[in-house]
Design a protein around this ligand. Sequence first.
Ligand SMILES: Nc1ncnc2c1ncn2[C@@H]1O[C@H](COP(=O)(O)OP(=O)(O)OP(=O)(O)O)[C@@H](O)[C@H]1O
Ligand SMILES: [Mg+2]
Length: 269
Amino acid sequence: MAETESSEVMKKGRAKDTDESYDDDGVLPGEPLIELKDIYKIYVMGGEEVRANDGITLTINKGEFVAIVGKSGSGKSTLMNIIGALDVPTYGEYILAGEDTSEMTDDELSEIRNRRIGFIFQQYNLLMKLNLLENVELPLLYKGYGKREREEAAMEALRRVGLEEKWRNTPHQLSGGQQQRVSIARALCARPSIILADEPTGALDSRTSRDVLGLITELNKEGNTIVMITHDPSIAMYSRRVVEIMDGRIIFDGDVNAYADHRKLQNGN
Ligand SMILES: Nc1ncnc2c1ncn2[C@@H]1O[C@H](COP(=O)(O)OP(=O)(O)OP(=O)(O)O)[C@@H](O)[C@H]1O
Ligand SMILES: [Mg+2]
């Protein structure tokens, strides 16, 4: 990138960022943060092609709360792995915060992933031998932060999800909802600009799910861009924009009210 261009990006970043500790991705609210162009992910199984993503073009702007919905096997997790830079497409272009990821090495991809993205998974993915503080500070360890900074940020994140008093506990001493809150704290700890959640309430009862979704909604109000994957249309109603995929292709993309109407039509009521 040319010198003038990069200093322009930095200026933009500074202009919008009041809180210096957030990932400074240089993207203004409402501008494209995630740009997927004609993404294909093709697996070959016993000579047969499986097109898990079959030509997906999608732009998500900074500050959006998007739900990606679709039936089992429709390609949601495949797409999330590409958005999260955990996997690369077979074909297509993925631009994340203005950076083309297509030509990146594995190291560059993991660097951009650690810097820009926080992950929340259905099964929490906490390390059972570590206490809550140690679990939550992990993303900062990968980013090379010192012990004190890590612990301060991790306690702050635990406080944010209401679990600071339990920091010494290990995950199996907690309920499912509490474990998911710890995983949200871990996602938040490095203050990424994007939070990717794959079925974040898939293992929770409905009341606990509402709490977790309430927390995710608050994060979005604070400026985090949220991409949430769910097979459950009622969970999608917490988002502001819904993208529905079927057989690896987008079949609906619109605001959440339009999605509710679209569902009523589909269900004939
Ligand atoms: N590593 C792989 N090798 C071969 N096929 C795969 C692989 N990963 C996914 N697939 C196939 O790609 C398709 C999409 O899978 P994906 O996991 O993205 O679906 P999903 O929408 O997340 O489903 P679910 O709601 O069940 O989690 C499926 O047909 C699946 O079998
Ligand atoms: Mg999945």
